[in-house]
Design a protein around this ligand. Sequence first.
Ligand SMILES: Nc1ncnc2c1ncn2[C@@H]1O[C@H](COP(=O)(O)OP(=O)(O)OP(=O)(O)O)[C@@H](O)[C@H]1O
Ligand SMILES: [Mg+2]
Length: 245
Amino acid sequence: MMPLIDRFSDSQMFPNGTGAPIALEAVDLCMTFNEGGGSQLEILKNINLTIKAGEKIAIVGASGSGKSTLLHLLGGLDKPTSGQVFVDEKDLFRMSEKERCRVRNNYMGFVYQFHHLLAEFSAEENVAMPALVRGTSPSQALTKAEILLEKVGMTGRLKHKPAELSGGERQRAAIARAVINEPRCICADEPTGNLDKTTANQVIQVLLRLNKEFDTSLIVVTHDMELAKKMDTIYTIESGHLKAL
Ligand SMILES: Nc1ncnc2c1ncn2[C@@H]1O[C@H](COP(=O)(O)OP(=O)(O)OP(=O)(O)O)[C@@H](O)[C@H]1O
Ligand SMILES: [Mg+2]
């Protein structure tokens, strides 16, 4: 596979193999929280979902319906009560924590509603971080970070710390950080939740461009129907069940 830098500079697509391979698959996912007094809260009930390479989906639904819970399970951030999530044909929850972290860092990208950038590091250092964790050399990681920050329209903001960036710039930096390891799939929880319309639109365009140029799958949890409508399929969670709208 061609290195990221060449691919970005040539604006080439990820090779997508034959057809569209599966980026992520959830099988019979259940999540139940134990409440006090022995009662249980069944939030997700037997969720099945297959996401192909390049596919983009939105998950909408009432507050408290389980959207973030599902996203955390799909990304291996939480363990389900039962069920499986396959990434790269391996079940995320039948591997060691160390292996799960490696798979997450190599195959998945996360964008949270509140960016979670590290305050003491510059934009380019924040973006470079997952590549450094993966073992990329610092100079290569920073070069990749610069290219990505330019891609998301942040030339001239490379050395700024998060507190010196606008909300939209922080979110765009968070997206650049999410994609530096060339993930197959980006999980985004309310990526436009705290942004004004214009800035939200910029963030949406960045996500869509990554999807188009690099065939990155998108799983976007959102209340924003404008964003949801730009996805291939919109799902909702009702009474613990996932339904396509
Ligand atoms: N660790 C936990 N322990 C107990 N209950 C939890 C836990 N995490 C989430 N819940 C409950 O599960 C339900 C689903 O939460 P979740 O965060 O997935 O909702 P959501 O659909 O993302 O809502 P929002 O749109 O408000 O972000 C909520 O009722 C919440 O209180
Ligand atoms: Mg949520």
